[in-house]
Design a protein around this ligand. Structure first.
Ligand SMILES: [Zn+2]
Length: 120
């Protein structure tokens, strides 16, 4: 039985987008209340009846989210252009070594705008 689990995290951060066109509002520093959905996919363990423990997933993801929370993302050396796309990849790259079942990272920068990254 194949399933996909999704756990949602939130954080608040400031940033600017230096590569945005001149005059674009996102070139100015501003903030978002981000939502991040972490997706894991795979086979359900027959004995336990789950793919993985949501608590274990939280333990793996929370330190990454804590690094981003109440930060100016412009100050992160590994994230020079913190679009939702690059932020999703940033989270993916940090999480994948400890979470092989990772199948997608969704970054919501507003209630209506999100990026889904599946590692390709
Ligand atoms: Zn923004």
């Amino acid at each position: 039985m194949q399933v996909e689990l999704v756990k949602t995290f939130t954080f608040d951060a400031a940033h600017s987008l230096p590569a945005a066109p001149n005059g674009h509002k996102c070139k100015r520093i501003h903030g978002h209340s981000y939502r991040v959905d972490i997706h894991v996919s795979g086979e359900v363990d027959r004995q336990r009846g789950w793919l993985m423990d949501f608590g274990d997933l939280k333990c793996l993801v929370a330190p990454i989210i804590d690094e981003l929370d109440h930060r100016n993302l412009d100050e992160l050396d590994d994230l020079p252009n913190s679009t939702s796309e690059m932020l999703a990849k940033y989270i993916w790259d940090r999480l994948l070594p400890s979470l092989s079942a990772l199948s997608a990272v969704t970054v919501w920068e507003s209630a209506s705008s999100r990026c889904i990254y599946r590692g390709v």
